[in-house]
Design a protein around this ligand. Structure first.
Ligand SMILES: [Zn+2]
Length: 275
């Protein structure tokens, strides 16, 4: 039985796990002192009850496998971070919306990603793949993981300039950007007319899901209207829309370097002030 708090890469190393097929969530959880069981649940996807060094994780038996596995990793994240006496009950919304705040749900989501989409296995398979949901689905299948978690991983670690943006019918919930865009380009508060997400949020029937769209429908930058990006959007539960934006044509990024230099107003933290 391992002691103290352990991080996912440490756990995988101790168990000698090197391939996605070996990422058996039940065995990993057991190693960490938590037993996973599958039961009918209503009102939540998974829950955990823990006391001292043992925990029971209950997962909705009727969910699909990718979500069950993610739930297992998420609950295990609660256990590893807050072990002792704990009780959490987690619903699907937390998996979709709980990504960019500092709270136990975000920590649990991050733990699940690091455990079940470990970078040492994910990066070699993801590098250079087109940033569209077809790639996300292929990776999600290989790792038997949820779509949202896999999409975040692809944007942050796939090596191509891209963003993933989550809009609920009410507001933008969160976004993530690849390292070359992070802190340099920002999405508008809401996607504008002309984007696929705009139609989907307006309850249009799902039609074309991937298209080249003008950058200014999505991005807040004085020169955005001169560029095009590839958008792939899909509607999740309760009208939430997940959008992948990919700077397939990297001209905007080259021009951005020039623009930043011209303006010469790079701040000391490396970010840039746009007007
Ligand atoms: Zn949770």
């Amino acid at each position: 039985m391992p002691g103290a708090i352990q991080m996912p890469d440490q756990i995988l190393a101790e168990l000698g796990i090197r391939e996605p097929e070996e990422l058996e969530i039940e065995a990993i959880a057991e190693y960490c002192g938590a037993t996973i069981r599958y039961r009918p649940l209503s009102g939540c996807e998974a829950r955990i009850i823990g006391c001292r060094d043992r925990a029971i994780i209950t997962i909705n038996e009727s969910s699909w496998r990718g979500r069950q596995r993610f739930s297992g990793g998420h609950e295990l994240g609660h256990w590893m971070h807050d072990r002792g006496r704990i009780a959490f009950q987690c619903d699907y919304k937390m998996y979709v919306h709980g990504w960019r705040a500092t709270n136990p749900e975000t920590r649990a989501n991050d733990f699940a990603s690091d455990l079940l989409l470990p970078l040492s296995m994910f990066q070699p398979r993801a590098r250079g793949l087109p940033v569209i949901f077809t790639s996300v689905r292929a990776l999600a299948d290989a790792f038997k993981m949820s779509l949202t978690a896999t999409a975040i991983r692809l944007v942050e670690h796939g090596g191509l300039p891209s963003m993933l943006i989550c809009n609920s019918p009410q507001k933008r919930e969160w976004f993530v950007a690849s390292p070359e865009l992070s802190g340099r380009l920002w999405p508008l508060a809401r996607p504008e007319e002309g984007s696929i997400a705009f139609s989907l949020l307006g309850n249009a029937a799902e039609g074309k899901k991937t298209a080249d769209v003008r950058c200014d429908h999505w991005i807040n930058h004085p020169r955005a209207e001169s560029y095009w990006i590839k958008e792939d959007s899909l509607r999740l539960h309760e009208g939430t829309v997940l959008s992948l934006l990919w700077w397939e044509d990297e001209k905007q990024l080259l021009d951005l370097d020039e623009y930043e230099e011209e303006r010469g107003n790079k701040r000391s933290d490396g970010r840039t002030n746009w007007e």
